[in-house]
Design a protein around this ligand. Sequence first.
Ligand code: MG
Length: 310
Amino acid sequence: MNDRVRIYEVGPRDGLQNEALPVATADKRHFIELLVRAGLREIEATSFVSPRAIPQLADADELLATLERASGVRYPVLVPNRHGLARAEAAGADAIAVFTAASDAFTERNIGLTVEASLVEFAPVLARARELAWWRRGYVSTAFGCPYTGRVDPARVVEVAVRLVALGVDEVCFGDTIGVGVPPQVREIVTRAVEAGIPVERIAFHFHDTRGTALANVAAGLEAGVRCFDSSTGGTGGCPYAPGAAGNLATEDLVYLLDGMGFGHGVDLAGVLAAARFIAGVLGRPLTTKVGQAGGWDPGTGQPVGRPSC
Ligand code: MG
């Protein structure tokens, strides 16, 4: 079994998109640079959705075009349609993510399309991205539960993933949009996806820690052979369906777990904590993630590491 894990950082996009206070483009750029410095090699940088829908990311064109790209780092951008793809192309993108879900009720409210209609919309987008030899990811949101219709059938979740793979995505990412998932669901999705012909190397998970189950779900994913997990440095990106609750799994919490379990990932915890403190400062609030507060831990000395006071 491969002991190397890819940490797919979503802080600059998913983490910031629902922040009401506008974050300056220069601060976003600096945040991304700190993430690169910490060793992150896949950083979802921004989204080419309508600026009216997500004002916080209205600077996507400028941000991507002016970002100094480090070699060996992938900076995927979210693209909702052909118009978004054209903007991403003009700004110099070379990796994209498209976004659908396992539940029509969710996609209709979120992107104004049924799941089927969203797949029809993505077909030419993914075909063009393939022509350009860009890396391509497809999200299946509400894979563990829907805020409007409740339980989601894992057979439906995998059916949507299979459709995305047929449309040419390199990787499928199953999202626990409202943070309700538990480990048996993780195992079931992986088993069914692999049975449906999706190699485990092409499966990723995007967990939310809304109810404290994100790391348990990561552990279940690791046991099932999955080696790519999303996280957000500083834990930014609340859950819009549960105001005030935790959303994205924090990168610092994920790194701590992977380090302790002996998985390689190339990411330096102290560097992540520096980036986490930077973005918390920009947003004007304290860092409330578990490892952000406690620091890491040096088993040689018993002391915490990476805290500002240490
Ligand atoms: Mg998220």
